[in-house]
Ligand binder design. Structure first.
Ligand code: 3HC
Length: 311
């Protein structure tokens, strides 16, 4: 009966076991997982655009092939995550419609422009670095398919971060103009990277429930702090600074203090009013519409194969 099912669910979560697609789960658990996993998938797919912008203009064949591999990885991450959402009963075509119609979100970070090639390095270092901070705990998310998808994603994400950091190291050993280009990119991406972790915990409607269900294993502010603490020594080794005078080591706390991101900017960006929102969604809509013939051909081919198998 219902209370036995709820009890079994609660015991499974309490003992850090996985909930699998065929298990009974509260409607709210299913709903918030579809919400988070779908938006995570949308982020991966939209995230291909800022970097894709530089594939044809990479400064060397080596940089071009690395960037190609990374952008292809992001597409694969999107597919794993859409598949994980489908195990909860979501329909991939419907999720794409919700992205294109603005009903579902994708990560705020991809609504900023990638203006120079140093952005490719800073996106790898800081954006993929923040994504790793957020995604490593998700490997232990209570929903099986999501946690397992994250294990593969995290392995590829660490290549993304390392190639970005190595790219910046090369530029920092270059001319003063290249060093200035790196610092200018860091100044543009630092605050948006902190916003990736979501609003402060006291303004996060989903965190408390997601922590109780062990979908999330840390709060937004905990992961943001971890990312700041991890990034400061990396910036020092690189020879760049972060655009926050309040960013200092606090020995009592054992963490770095830092200023608040501009949450009004964050709300504007996730409300669709960032620098690139219209362009990113328009590109995704165009790609979807131009791909209609491929989907129709694949369905027709599958139907014919099924008919031949049955005849
Ligand atoms: N961008 C867009 N929307 C955001 C956001 C962000 N950075 N941070 C929060 N939001 C939205 C939430 O989706 C929620 O809106 P909704 O209820 O309509 O979904 C609202 O703001 C309130 O935020 P909450 O903190 O209450 O929401 P969550 O508990 O879902 O926490 C999250 C937000 C931390 C992003 C969480 O959803 C999460 O961990 N998601 C999985 C990780 C993810 O999506 N990462 C994307 C990074 S980009 C990426 O991975 C690509 C990589 O290859 C670079």
């Amino acid at each position: 009966d219902a209370s036995a099912l709820q009890q079994h669910f609660d015991d499974t979560i309490a003992s850090d076991q996985r909930i699998e697609p065929r298990d009974w789960m509260p409607d709210g658990y299913r709903k918030t997982l579809i919400r988070q996993i779908a938006q995570h998938a949308h982020s991966e797919i939209i995230g291909m655009q800022p970097e894709g912008n530089w594939i044809t203009r990479a400064p060397s064949l080596r940089r071009k092939s690395i960037l190609l591999a990374k952008v292809q990885d992001e597409a694969g991450h999107g597919l794993y995550l859409y598949s994980a959402a489908e195990t909860l009963g979501a329909d991939r075509a419907d999720l794409t419609d919700q992205l294109i119609s603005g009903k579902q979100k994708y990560s705020s970070i991809f609504n900023y422009p990638s203006l120079t090639f140093a952005d490719v390095g800073v996106i790898g270092w800081l954006v993929d670095g923040a994504a790793i901070c957020n995604q490593v705990p998700l490997c232990r998310s209570s929903f099986g398919p999501y946690g397992r998808a994250m294990i593969r994603v995290c392995k590829e994400e660490s290549f993304h971060q390392r190639q970005g950091y190595e790219l910046l190291m090369s530029m920092m050993r270059g001319t003063q103009a290249q060093r200035d280009m790196v610092q200018e990119a860091v100044d543009r991406w630092w605050w948006p990277a902190l916003m990736m972790f979501g609003p402060p915990d006291d303004r996060s409607p989903n965190t408390e429930q997601s922590m109780q269900w062990k979908i999330k294993r840390h709060t937004n502010d905990e992961l943001r702090q971890r990312f700041v603490d991890m990034s400061v020594p990396q910036a020092k080794a690189l020879g760049v600074t972060f655009p926050d005078p309040a960013l200092v080591w606090n020995a009592e706390r054992g963490h770095h203090d830092f200023d608040e991101p501009d949450w009004s900017e964050f709300m504007a960006v996730i409300g669709g009013n960032g620098a690139c929102n219209v362009e990113r969604v328009a590109n995704r809509r165009a790609a979807h519409e131009e791909g209609e013939w491929v989907r129709a051909a694949a369905v027709a081919f599958a139907n014919r194969q099924r008919e031949e198998a049955q005849s």
